[in-house]
Design a protein around this ligand. Structure first.
Ligand code: NI
Length: 163
């Protein structure tokens, strides 16, 4: 197991549509272990492959009792609406309020390639949506109005320079 380096905005890989996961082998299982370790080390609740520089449709999460590996994730149903704070390890965890559906149903494959569906609500649904977005090259800041997005990026860059 190893902690991987986290890609940060505006690295190109974060804006790319990921390639499908095709091989469900030991290498993938080891990659997922690294992703969990990297996520826990950074105190995140989800981490997608593009965030460690890999152009792949894959994420891991451990959020409100839902711990899973999702390869080739799709959001197949959403309902309701919630407004709440969201942050991202690739944007220095600078938070912003993002409006998202209240419930989301995820369809994905586990590390063995088996398809599953899982429903979540509230913060965990937000994690499903945020991480699936990463696999499509979308960041949470892309959901913000232009002015708020620019302010957040400014804040992120400022904090980065202080480190
Ligand atoms: Ni993120």
């Amino acid at each position: 197991m190893a902690i991987r380096k986290i890609s940060e905005y505006p690295e190109e890989v974060l804006g790319k549509v990921g390639k499908p996961v095709e091989k469900f082998d030991e290498e993938l299982a080891a990659l997922c272990e690294d992703m969990f370790e990297t996520m826990y080390d950074a105190e995140g609740v989800g981490l997608a492959a593009p965030q460690i520089g890999l152009n792949l449709r894959l994420f891991v999460m451990d959020c409100e009792g839902i711990k899973l590996i999702a390869a080739n994730p799709e959001i197949i149903e959403t309902s309701g609406e919630q407004s709440g704070q969201e942050g991202c390890l690739s944007v220095g965890k600078v938070p912003a309020v993002v409006v998202r559906p209240m419930k989301a149903k995820l369809k994905a494959q586990n590390e063995k390639g088996e398809w599953f569906e899982r429903e979540a609500e509230g913060y965990a649904a937000r994690a499903f949506l945020h991480e699936t977005d990463h696999c499509d090259g979308t960041l949470f800041i892309d959901h913000l109005p232009k002015m708020r997005r620019e302010m957040l990026i400014k804040k992120f860059k400022k904090e980065k320079n202080w480190k």
